[in-house]
Design a binder for this molecule. Structure first.
Ligand code: SF4
Ligand code: SF4
Length: 429
């Protein structure tokens, strides 16, 4: 008889996980102190090395997908800090995605877990659905009743609500940015993301304005869908492939030379379409080209030697979003831009590239670990004495802002695109 947590149709893990990749790990342990979950629990099985060990044991049939193993794999943020730290080039991100896809096919989750995951999967990749779901809250906020609503909610729901940014705020999109209307450097398409276009669209619009203002032509994508990152990280590979195919067609047909996303998780997902769709007979080659077009906003602005900043007097610290720094290797370019702004003093926070706990939908599915990481991140931000913490991912923005709001901190959390637009206008918000 099947174990209660085992799905009826059991697939051997070895058929799903790229077994050879597991042997790249030489068990040196150099990744351990770069791993946020190991830092939190000090448990080997919550470290990259421990998880690789468990994935190997699953692949060899020495371990069953029981609640303990799944808990250790689930607790991973997918931040890929371990990849940056690893001297052996272990492709941990690919391994955990494959292992999670296997878990979802072979492990029966509890009703509460399935409900949480269902809400995330049915809502977040669909901007129209998310917009409709948030409409009542928008009205409540307009009436000034959001704090009262939050106070009266059960704790689990209150924590979800706290993560939402103010829905009726002006944002930063109205800041004027000089637009040269020339295309000296090529054509750029901004993939607007799903959650980003509902909750942080000013970053998209300001990215377009900044790029246009520095000599790029903006082209629109006919139709895009979720990048698939949420599904890849939660083991829903089938839908991630469907999303990837739709995006590859849209980007291929747009004629764009470069693709930018203001959500670093989306950028990394698109950068991996070539690998994801390598066996697709129709779109394999196109996916590879699309992946090569991914660029970060800060890289394009540095390449164009952007000189559009009038200046703003303030102290800024920069938080490295995991997928931007560990996935795409972008560390210096945003800092170079910030340093180039007259009046800006850039101060480094401790462990700027350690995950803040946002990690896609992690802060919704693992609120305790996410909250502890947010607390640590807020401590390091406040210790800098900065006026602003600038970052390039809306998920980190919501997570860090929620923690700073709880502490009534005056530090402002601003997306890089919004901050640069503000600096271009010369007026501080
Ligand atoms: S991806 Fe992040 S949380 Fe997961 S094992 Fe690597 S460092 Fe740890
Ligand atoms: S993942 Fe890399 S750094 Fe970590 S134990 Fe294995 S070889 Fe060492």
């Amino acid at each position: 008889m099947d174990a209660p947590h085992q799905a009826p149709e059991y697939t051997p893990a070895r058929e799903v996980v790229d077994y050879e990749l597991l042997f790249d790990c030489v068990h040196c342990g150099l990744c351990l102190e770069a791993c946020p979950t190991y830092i939190l629990t000090r448990t080997e099985m919550d470290s990259p090395r421990g998880r690789i060990y468990q994935i190997k044991a699953l692949a060899e049939g020495r371990l069953d997908a029981d609640p303990d193993v799944v808990r250790h794999l689930d607790l991973c943020l997918g931040c890929r800090g371990c990849e940056t730290a690893c001297p052996s080039g272990v492709r941990y991100g690919a391994l955990i995605e494959q292992a999670r896809a296997w878990v979802e096919r072979n492990y029966r989750r509890t009703v509460a877990q399935r409900l949480r995951r269902w809400i995330v999967e049915m809502l977040f990749p669909y901007p129209a659905r998310l917009g409709i779901a948030l409409a009542p809250l928008r009205l409540i906020e307009r009436a000034g009743l959001r704090p009262m609503l939050q106070r009266g909610m059960p704790q689990a729901m209150r924590e979800w609500l706290e993560l939402l940014p103010p829905l009726t705020a002006d944002g930063y999109a109205e800041v004027p940015v000089p637009n040269n209307a020339e295309s000296r450097h090529g054509r750029v398409a901004v993939h607007r993301g799903c959650v980003t276009q509902v909750l942080a669209d000013s970053a998209n619009r300001n990215a377009e304005k900044l790029l246009a203002g520095t000599g790029y032509a903006i082209v629109r994508l006919a139709q895009t869908v979720c990048c698939g990152a949420l599904d890849l990280h939660s083991g829903n590979r089938k839908r991630a492939l469907e999303f990837a195919r739709a995006n590859v067609r849209a980007i291929r047909d747009s004629g764009a030379d470069f693709v930018v996303s203001t959500a670093s998780g989306c950028s990394t997902a698109i950068a991996e379409y070539g690998e994801l769709l390598k066996d697709d007979p129709e779109l394999g080659a196109a996916a590879k080209k699309v992946s090569a077009k991914i660029k970060d906003l800060s890289s394009l602005l540095v390449d164009a030697q952007a000189q559009i900043f009038r200046g703003v007097e303030c102290t800024v610290t920069y938080h490295d979003a995991c997928h931007l720094v560990h996935g795409l290797g972008i560390r210096e370019q945003p800092r170079a831009l910030l340093r180039s702004i007259p009046g800006v003093k850039l101060v480094e926070m401790e462990s700027s590239d350690l995950c803040c706990g946002s990690a896609g939908s992690y802060n919704l599915t693992h609120p305790d670990a996410a909250r502890e990481l947010a607390r640590r991140k807020a401590d390091t931000i406040i210790a800098t004495g900065a006026d602003y913490v600038v970052l390039a991912n809306p998920g980190c923005q919501f997570q860090i802002a929620a923690e700073l709001r709880r502490r009534r901190s005056i530090v402002k959390v601003v997306h890089l695109a919004d901050f640069l637009a503000m600096a271009a206008s010369g007026s501080r918000k």
